[in-house]
Design a protein. Sequence first.
Length: 245
Amino acid sequence: ATRSRAHKKCTVIGGSGFLGQHLVQKLLEKGFTVNILDVRKTFDKQGVQFFTADLCSKEDVLPAFQDVSVVFHCASPAPSSDNRELFYKVNYTGTKTIIEACKEAGVQKLVLTSSASVVFEGTDLKNGSEDLPYAEKPIDYYSQTKILQEKEVLRANNPDENFMTVAIRPHGIFGPQDPHLVPVLVQAAKSGKMEFMIGDGKNLVDFTYVDNVVHGLILAAENLHPNSPICGKAYHITNDEPIPF
Ligand code: NAD
């Protein structure tokens, strides 16, 4: 009984955020009990235990990983922040701390929310596959630290030691409670910044509905076992066709 209870417990790092909250809701519906590790607490829910802590502190992270089989990593400073030091500290150094904490606590699976921007060099990509190399010149420092982060997580994959990792790469995520994408577009439109067109108006961009990202994260976790071909791999996730932006 202890084993199956442990199997049904997971931790969502960044569970107070936009994607994290949707993921937590779905995990609860699927019968998991959920720990949330986040620097802020945005809601209260039955079946959820909050650990209000910075993911960079292993000491504070470890209690949130006890008896947990899966850790979902959905935390990052906002891409719009221009704090390089913070991006490096949280996305890169902090992720290394999470990997160490997973191993110490005996967590078997780590599912990372990466970003499609890790392969974006600034020119249109249509049907870009996972065979694309990491961007040599990422478009911003946020993306650069998402590359460092993803490499670290995938390199840590070690099924022989019963520790398995996988990464899901969405691009722009939209849906209820989105704090980033749509509000920023609306604000830009209101302040008259949408009157200009960059390029020929046929630039492509990829948006994914938040439930599809959640679905991808949960499928990844469910299919991550020692003999699975998804171990140590990254997967793009999208709705369907990219749309003109
Ligand atoms: P969000 O800002 O809504 O949520 C991120 C959460 O992480 C917040 O609740 C924040 O408090 C928490 N957090 C930040 N730093 C932390 C720290 N040091 N310790 C603990 N918690 C910390 O962002 P989101 O849109 O939900 O993004 C989730 C993940 O998805 C991120 O990894 C992001 O890089 C990735 N992603 C998002 C998009 C998008 O369009 N929103 C696209 C691609 C990838």
